[in-house]
Design a protein around this ligand. Sequence first.
Ligand SMILES: Cc1cc2nc3c(=O)[nH]c(=O)nc-3n(C[C@H](O)[C@H](O)[C@H](O)COP(=O)(O)O)c2cc1C
Length: 360
Amino acid sequence: MRIENFTWNNQITQHLHTQYPIIQAPMFGVVTPQMVAAAGEIGVLGTLPLGDLPPAICVKLIQTTKQLTNKPFAVNIFLNPLPERTEELKQRYARCKTYVEHLAKQYNLEVALAEYEEVHYTDYREQVDAIIAEGCKIVSFTFGVFDNATIAKMKQKDITLIGTCTSVAEAQALEEKGIDIICVQGIEAGGHQGTFLTETLPEIGGLSLLARVYEAVQVPLIYAGGLYNAKTVLAARTLGAQGFAFGSILMGSQESNLAEFEKEALRQAQESDLVLTKSFSGRYARGLRNTFTQQLDHSDYILPYPFQNKLTLELRKIAKQKENTAFLSLWTGQSRGPYSGASIKEILTHIIKEVENDII
Ligand SMILES: Cc1cc2nc3c(=O)[nH]c(=O)nc-3n(C[C@H](O)[C@H](O)[C@H](O)COP(=O)(O)O)c2cc1C
């Protein structure tokens, strides 16, 4: 199909100062500073995921990335509300800890999970201070929206803000707060869903959501979820996206932080192996179904985020060391495309060329 007057240059490239309105999606645990730098080399926006890492580690990762590239890149953080520590939560934590340790033992994994008192999490305001101090100019976020004072602080520094929505109401909430760009995340996406206004996931497909968000807000939109070739980019563009984020198709890449056995497990995975699970973190995420997700999902042993995430941290670490995919969170979306092991430069350039040859 040919499209008249197609140009890559649009509000997203103008905001982000990139050649293409294409984004290497944030993927905590997968994206390396090398991947972010490689994205920049081909005119794409790289995104450095910082999750809820302590400020000192954020600074280190940002500095490493800055040493590798002078191109613009985004940093990405988690804005989940921090649950109140109560006696009831402490007791629940202890029950879940015992259950998970016993379960792992049944499968020959000896693991001592963190005690409740050892669970630490970072306040995003501290991360923001570190990000500002490092001179970052693009901040994307998920699981919530910043408080007004933090937004004002970042706007004062001319930082471009990219928020994540999974519903029309969330898009409107982000727009009301003055967020510059909204990333519409479809339910087909790999990893965590960014949902923040409801406990349950909005039951709407990604393309339906994109079309409705486009009608409901004025800010430029990025679409994330299931993009893997020119046709999927065109579909998102037709429905109102100006920016296109790629996650799962980059997981097998040369710059991916995944171990070879993890890449292989993802390569072998069939459609029926995928699940939306709260088992590892307490929030819905899409990835491979395994012993752990099957035992935990629909059980009473799932704590609210971030406690479940912290609880299972050591388990995931040991499982990775032992190359045990039954107890590892392997996130991936519904479309993984060719799942190439090439550099992300080749993978994304191929898609850019495909769009230019087939569509423009
Ligand atoms: C392994 C993995 C980790 C992810 N980590 C993050 C993250 O740290 N922050 C974030 O906003 N989104 C995260 N996501 C979601 C992606 O940014 C993006 O929305 C998703 O990958 C797009 O869908 P796709 O996987 O179909 O391309 C992650 C996704 C994956 C697969």
